[in-house]
Design a protein around this ligand. Sequence first.
Ligand SMILES: Nc1nc2c(ncn2[C@@H]2O[C@H](COP(=O)(O)OP(=O)(O)OP(=O)(O)O)[C@@H](O)[C@H]2O)c(=O)[nH]1
Ligand SMILES: [Mg+2]
Length: 286
Amino acid sequence: MALVGPPNAGKSTLLNRLMNFPLAITSPRHQTTRQKISGILNGEKCQAVFLDTPGFLSPRNAFEKSMCSAIKRSILDDSDIICLLCAHGEKEILPEYLAMISTSKKIRFLVVNKLDISGRRKTEEVAEKYSGELKPTRTFFISALKGTGVEELKSAILNNLPYSPPYYPKEQITPQWERFFAAEIVRQVIFETFSSEIPYRTAVELDIFNEGKNRPDYLHANIHVSKNSLKPIVIGKRGSKLKMIREEAQALLQKFFMRKVKLEISVKVTKDWENKPQFLKTLNYE
Ligand SMILES: Nc1nc2c(ncn2[C@@H]2O[C@H](COP(=O)(O)OP(=O)(O)OP(=O)(O)O)[C@@H](O)[C@H]2O)c(=O)[nH]1
Ligand SMILES: [Mg+2]
């Protein structure tokens, strides 16, 4: 099942709610999610794979193109069910994505989120706007944040999955590497620490992840900024900002991995990384 929709609709919040685990980072800013994130839900008699995806966008550089391919691939290839998530007051669904989903032969759930702040009438208005073209299999009104309506949606997803042998071992909750989640957690802290430009002009690479036998794991992350002027801002006066980021990220990492870790961070200038395919490849962008 793929969760797709405009930025900020609440896709990552819903993935976390469905998984009952904070797998994906979330924030009130647009384009927080940059890559496909898979969550595996193992039930008594079934296994479901949920895909969180970046918010719909029209690409302006190689990096954004990779986000678009992740979305398109999730819609066209990687899913049996498409959950199109939207919310009142958030961006409209771009016509090319609406058309792509509407013409797919897959099960299409229209999910209007943020019922808790929009109320029933506005939520229904959003559904009406898209139902004509989308012709959804079913429509749901939910609050991913509060959990309202999520169990009903989850049952509908599980009941509509095709029969197939499980793809993954039963104890696995994601096929993605620990390195990926560690880098995402550092990125989450950057989103929380800086406003405006910096979160969008930085990429995080986790280049060392050494599991400690009788001591904490050692992790090293590089924060890449796309121009010189951003480096001193990320580092802060006498390293104060970077120290804050490191401490906050280390605490979150320990919570996520449920073990002690030691995190170190370097800040590097990688000019115009958004347009460097080779660099994007090292971060596993599609
Ligand atoms: N009030 C309310 N806020 C919500 C709900 N779901 C998500 N949010 C908030 O909306 C913001 C965006 O949520 P995300 O889950 O990051 O949205 P997203 O669709 O993954 O966004 P991108 O990754 O940028 O495409 C966050 O501040 C969430 O806390 C909801 O049901 N109710
Ligand atoms: Mg997201």
